[in-house]
Each structure stands twice: as structure tokens, then as C-alpha cells.
Design a protein around this ligand. Structure first.
Ligand code: B12
Ligand code: SF4
Length: 492
């Protein structure tokens, strides 16, 4: 059978895993890819450039031309409307079965299936479920044959058949390595920074994160986190290292440092066999002096750590993130003392957040010696528990929740759900946090922060600082966009 995946934005490991799995079972897989350099989540969001590129129409034409047996979309909330639009256009021309998977589909399969152009929605991990679906289509069985097939959802009689997911895949080593070439053939530049995950799942369950939604769906299971063996990860990396194009490894695991014993085994092997600089995500509770040393020994140059708020109240009551400010300071110090750069994330706009909370956060960031503070406006993702809190606090209405589930992810505090007065307050702290990430000298920072409070156009100045910081830190996304303009590519 021939499956065509359609995707936009960044490289997608989910599609790559399903692709190699299907290929290992003898199926043919294609990708139509819009790198969304001028649209979606891009720095340079421009309707005009996007129109000139005319990628959507080319994707639709190519999808029809390939004559697939099934077309697959990986939907996260931010690209869901785009996926839906392409699916509708394809269905108008050809009656090809269309399947949606990915995090947004997993959260709200019934909303996805309410669109007549989508035939199937697959929730949770996709490898075995897509195989079941393809084999079902190949046999030409009646839809009733899928009534008890885990993960697969579809319209049935007057409603929806939402089948529960099968248990998590426990032995990740048994999966074929992700089909990286699917994306690299489209944009060879992507190979410079090798995305890899050594685990699936997260041990924590922050209320704003999609892991919280996964934990609700897979509620009967308590083994949310699964990890590949160090040897299996090294084997995957060796193959691409030998191709000689990879310059940098990005471990995109939710929390790379959750197990010390795994790192003790992995790092020496990584150092001797791979030895490329790498990046990873850490959690304040999953950093110790020894773990930081191990990261450094392996060649880690930068870590990202979620702080999200310096207010212990917001972290505990709203975000459900455990750990004190002292623990955060200690973990940052371990990373810095090991000689690794650290970038921390902060989320503005938590339900019930007051200026008091922002002042406390500001005090924490003044103390921490971080290389970068990235600030985000809270984005509500479907079926995460922070939505219930926001409803209780009147930060969201029922209509807004419906919009979020329909993929109008604009309900961030930065795009409309705070009033002018609140926005002015947020812009002030946003600017202060960004200045802090550029200026490490306490004295200079104190002077600048006093001036900044009175500056006009705070939001604009923040944007300029973000660009300076992206250049100073050689931000990979930023350079990808710059390089993409003249790099060879074969899209869509
Ligand atoms: C790695 C990662 C990235 C990487 C790589 C992107 C990628 N998609 O691989 C980078 C850094 C580029 C990235 C960017 C972004 N990310 Co991101 N990212 C992740 C992360 C940490 C892991 C994803 C991953 O690789 N998992 C491993 C694979 C194997 O699992 P998977 O993707 O879930 O795929 C499985 C199933 O979903 C399913 N499946 C997936 N696709 C399909 C398609 C079909 C047809 C079927 C049937 C099944 C299926 O089968 C797969 C295999 O089992 C997740 C958090 C998480 N833990 O899931 C966030 C996450 C996906 N990202 C998120 C977001 C918001 C973004 C950005 C929009 C951020 C931004 N503002 O720029 C961008 C979007 C970029 C883009 N266009 O793809 C959100 C999405 C939330 C939501 N509800 O929409 C998540 C869930 C984190 C969160 N906040 O909760 N991200
Ligand atoms: S630690 Fe990070 S990945 Fe894990 S649940 Fe919290 S926000 Fe999500």
C-alpha cells in the first residue's frame, strides 16, 4: 500500500517512526512537506511570501498525482487548521481515505472526525495502529471489522467510534530507527542538526503540557516513561555520523536527565563513538552535580530548563510543578559550574497570576546566572488540566475552549485574552526578563532595568532583544530560516 504523509513546519519524529515501521512491513511511504518558512510558527510570518510560494496548491496537486491508498496528517493544535484545509481540498478532487494522527487528534478525536473529509483518527502511538488500518484497507473489509481495533477512531452509525489506545510500546529498541531520510531528502539542511529521542513520555505532568492529556488517556498505565537502551541510541547515531553531515545532536526527550544510571552507561559510549556537541532538555528536579558533570563530559554545550514561574504558588497550584526556588537555583548552578550554557523558559499569563507573582519571578531571575531567559505566553492546549483552572478563574469561556479544540490556538494571553492594563504589565516584565538574559552584570542590569520600566514600545524592544539573543546564541531555528533561503531543497 502507498501512504502519503503531509506535514508543515519542522522535522517530525512521529512521522519518521511510522514511516520506517511501515516500510519494514513492505509498504511505500512518501512525504509532502512545507517547511513553513513564511507561515505557521515561523519568525518571518508573511502572508505575501507564503502566497508567492504557493506551496499548498502544489502539495494538493502532488498528493493527487501520487495516487496514494491513504493520506496521513500529523496534527498538533497549531497546524490543525492547515491540515484540515489541505485534507478538504484533496477530498474534493479524489476520494482517497484520509487519516489524522498526532497530539491534537489524540486530544479531541471526536472534533476531528466531525469533519466529513477525515475518515479515520488515530489516537496515541501510531505505529501498530496505522499498520492495522492499512491492512484493513488492503483487505477491503467492512468498517465493522475495526470496531474493536485499539487507537483507531471513525464515524459509525450516527456517532463516533472512539477506541481506547493499546498499551504503550514498552520495548522501544524493537522499533526500526526513524526514517530521517524522508525529511532530509526534502530539506538536506535539516541533517546538520540531528533530532533524536531516547525515550517516550515524561515523568512529570504539568497542567499546561500535552503530557498531562496523555496521562489522562493512558490513565490505566503507570509506566509513562520508556527508554531505549544506550546501545540502540548509539547505533542510530553511528549511521548518520558516518554520513558526515551531522554537526550537532539535539536530544529532544522531554527530560533527558531523569535517570543517572542511564547517563552513566550512555555518556562514555557517546563520548567515544559519537563525540559531537549536543543539546538536551532538563527539569530542575532531575539535575544533580554528577548528572551535570556527565553531560559536560559527553560534550553538552547547552541545556534548556523549564522554570516557568519564579512564584512557588503559581508553580505548585497552577502549573503543578514541584520543587522550590532553592532547588531551581541549585540546579542552575550545577549546570553553570559544569561549564554548560543554560537557557530557561518562563510562561506568562497563568490563571490567577498577579503582579506580585511577576515580582517574585523577577527576583529569582536576578539571582540565577542563566545564559538566556525565553518568555512565552501561556497557550492552552486541548484537554490539558489548566483549561479547567482557567474556566474556574474566568480566564477562558466555554466558547474559547471550543475554539481551542477546533485548532484556533490563538488563546494565548499575548493574543487577546488579557485586557490592555494587564498586557502593559506583562510587557514590562517580558522586557525585564529579556534584558536580564543579555546582561549578567548585576550593577549594569539594575541601571538598565530602571530605565527600561519607563521606555515606550516595550514589546518591540523585546522583539529586538530576542533577535540579538538568537544571533548571539546561534539559535538553530533562526539560522535554519536564514540558510533555508539558498539551501538546496526538494519541497513540497
Ligand atoms: C521534539 C518536539 C519538537 C521538535 C521536533 C518536532 C516534531 N514534531 O518532531 C521541535 C523542537 C522542532 C518542535 C517544535 C514545535 N513544537 Co514540539 N514537541 C516535541 C516533543 C518534545 C516530542 C515530539 C516527539 O518527537 N515525540 C516522539 C514521537 C515518536 O511521538 P509523537 O510525535 O507523539 O508521534 C507519535 C503519535 O503522536 C502518532 N502520530 C504522530 N503523527 C501521526 C500521523 C498519523 C497519520 C498517525 C496515524 C499517527 C501519528 O504516532 C507517532 C509514533 O508513535 C513534544 C512533546 C511530547 N512529549 O510529545 C512537543 C510538542 C509536540 N510540541 C509542541 C509545540 C507546540 C511545538 C511548536 C508549535 C512550538 C513553537 N511554537 O514553535 C513547534 C511546531 C513545529 C512543527 N511544525 O512541527 C506541543 C504540541 C501541543 C499541541 N497540542 O499542539 C508538544 C506536545 C509539547 C507541549 N507543549 O505539550 N517540537
Ligand atoms: S516536565 Fe516538561 S515535558 Fe514534562 S510534563 Fe512538564 S512541561 Fe511537559
Amino acid at each position: 500500500m502507498k501512504i502519503v504523509f503531509i506535514y508543515s513546519g519542522a522535522e517530525n519524529l512521529g512521522i519518521e517512526y511510522i514511516s520506517s515501521f511501515l516500510k519494514s512491513k513492505g509498504h511505500e511511504v512518501h512525504l509532502l512537506f512545507d517547511p513553513a518558512v513564511f507561515s505557521g510558527d515561523s519568525f518571518v510570518n508573511s502572508k505575501l511570501f507564503s502566497k508567492i510560494q504557493n506551496i499548498d496548491a502544489r502539495i494538493i496537486a502532488k498528493a493527487i498525482e501520487l495516487k496514494p491508498d491513504i493520506v496521513g496528517f500529523s496534527a498538533y493544535t497549531g497546524n490543525y487548521r492547515w491540515c484540515l484545509n489541505i485534507a478538504q481540498e484533496i477530498k474534493k478532487i479524489a476520494n482517497i481515505p484520509i487519516v489524522f494522527g498526532g497530539v491534537h487528534t489524540t486530544a479531541v478525536p471526536e472534533k476531528v472526525l466531525a469533519n466529513a473529509c477525515i475518515d479515520f483518527a488515530i489516537i496515541g502511538e501510531g505505529e501498530y495502529a496505522v499498520l492495522d488500518l492499512i491492512e484493513h484497507l488492503q483487505k477491503g473489509d467492512k468498517i465493522e471489522a475495526l470496531l474493536d481495533t485499539p487507537n483507531i477512531c471513525f464515524r459509525y452509525q450516527d456517532g463516533f467510534r472512539i477506541n481506547l489506545p493499546r498499551p504503550y510500546i514498552q520495548n522501544l529498541d524493537a522499533l526500526p530507527f526513524p526514517d530521517k531520510m524522508l525529511f532530509y531528502e526534502k530539506v538536506p539542511l535539516l541533517e546538520k542538526q540531528y533530532y533524536i529521542t531516547t525515550s517516550r513520555g515524561c515523568p512529570y505532568s504539568c497542567t499546561y503540557c500535552s503530557n498531562d492529556m496523555y496521562h489522562q488517556i493512558y490513565c490505566k498505565e503507570n509506566n509513562h516513561v520508556r527508554r531505549r537502551s544506550p546501545d540502540n541510541v548509539i547505533e542510530e547515531l553511528m549511521f548518520f555520523k558516518q554520513r558526515g553531515k551531522v554537526k550537532f545532536i539535539s536530544f529532544v526527550d522531554d527530560v533527558f536527565t531523569f535517570s543517572q544510571s542511564w547517563l552513566e552507561e550512555f555518556i562514555p559510549k557517546y563520548k567515544s563513538k559519537i563525540g559531537l556537541p549536543f543539546f538536551c532538555n532538563v527539569h530542575p528536579l532531575a539535575v544533580t552535580e554528577r548528572k551535570a558533570q556527565l553531560l559536560k563530559e559527553g560534550g553538552c554545550g547547552l541545556v534548556t530548563m523549564g522554570v516557568q514561574s519564579g512564584s512557588e504558588r503559581i508553580r505548585a497550584e497552577v502549573f503543578k510543578r514541584q520543587g522550590s526556588n532553592d532547588k531551581i537555583a541549585e540546579s542552575v548552578a550545577h549546570i553553570r559550574n559544569a561549564g554548560i550554557k543554560i537557557s530557561v523558559d518562563n510562561i506568562f499569563g497563568a490563571p490567577s497570576e498577579t503582579e506580585e507573582d511577576l515580582i517574585v519571578s523577577f527576583d529569582l531571575y536576578k539571582k540565577l546566572k542563566t545564559d538566556r531567559i525565553l518568555t512565552f505566553w501561556l497557550t492552552y492546549y486541548p484537554r490539558t488540566s489548566i483549561i479547567d483552572l482557567a474556566l474556574k478563574n474566568n480566564c477562558l469561556s466555554k466558547q474559547m475552549v471550543e475554539d481551542i479544540e477546533q485548532g484556533y490556538a490563538g488563546y494565548t494571553h499575548g493574543t487577546g485574552s488579557v485586557n490592555k492594563e494587564q498586557a502593559t504589565m506583562y510587557y514590562k516584565y517580558e522586557l525585564l526578563f529579556h534584558i536580564r538574559s543579555l546582561v549578567h552584570s548585576r550593577k549594569l542590569f539594575n541601571v538598565l532595568s530602571k530605565i527600561a520600566i519607563f521606555m515606550p514600545f516595550k514589546h518591540l524592544i523585546t522583539r529586538i532583544i530576542i533577535v540579538i539573543n538568537a544571533l548571539a546564541n546561534k539559535d538553530s531555528k533562526f539560522f535554519y530560516l536564514l540558510n533555508y533561503i539558498w539551501a538546496p531543497k526538494n519541497t513540497p
